[in-house]
Ligand binder design. Structure first.
Ligand code: HEC
Length: 146
């Protein structure tokens, strides 16, 4: 009798470990899929709303529109970047020795998800590597700007 309980116990243990491993695998896989689908969707938003100024390779136009490659705005605090897109930007920045005085118009008609996707795309393209931006992050900043 004892032997049977022992065996049952072992079976349950093996079963749970497998279930756990399965669940774990699914989550990490879907996170990766979430990131790449956000990047793909963000590329479309970028093409429509940012490319004309910041160019397809993110290199910008010297002294007119700054590059989005390795700048402190792109790799730094995502809240600042969200603000730039929602409110526009007119602070006159100096990047790699060039000054930019043109104002950037606000892109506030983009949805929270579109802003999240485009910023996730920019932060993971052109040689940049930074964390993803979530729609919830954008929602918070949009509410704080009202
Ligand atoms: C009409 C041209 C134009 C469009 C469209 C535009 N930008 Fe900009 N962007 C600028 C200019 C000009 C600046 C610099 C503003 C300043 O000097 O204060 C800027 C600055 C920035 C900055 C901060 C500086 C840097 O280079 O890191 C970021 C980030 C940025 N833009 C992202 C975007 C994203 C993302 C989009 C699309 C959703 C976009 N921009 C659309 C012209 C534009």
């Amino acid at each position: 009798m004892k032997k049977i309980y022992c065996l049952l116990g072992l079976l349950v243990l093996v079963g749970t470990t497998q279930l756990y491993a399965q669940a774990h695998k699914t989550t990490s896989k879907s996170t990766v899929a979430g990131l790449s689908s956000s990047i793909a969707a963000g590329k479309k938003v970028y093409t429509l709303h940012c490319l004309s100024c910041h160019m397809a390779d993110g290199g910008g136009v010297a002294n007119m529109n700054p590059p989005l490659i390795g700048t402190t705005y792109v790799l730094g605090d995502k809240n600042k970047m969200i603000q730039i897109v929602l409110k526009g930007f007119n602070e006159g920045v100096e990047i790699n020795g060039d000054t930019y005085t043109n104002p950037m118009p606000a892109q506030a008609t983009l949805t929270d998800q579109e802003v999240a996707n485009v910023l996730t795309y920019v932060r993971n393209s052109f040689g940049n590597k930074a964390s993803a931006v979530k729609a919830a992050d954008v929602k918070k900043i949009r509410a704080s700007l009202k």
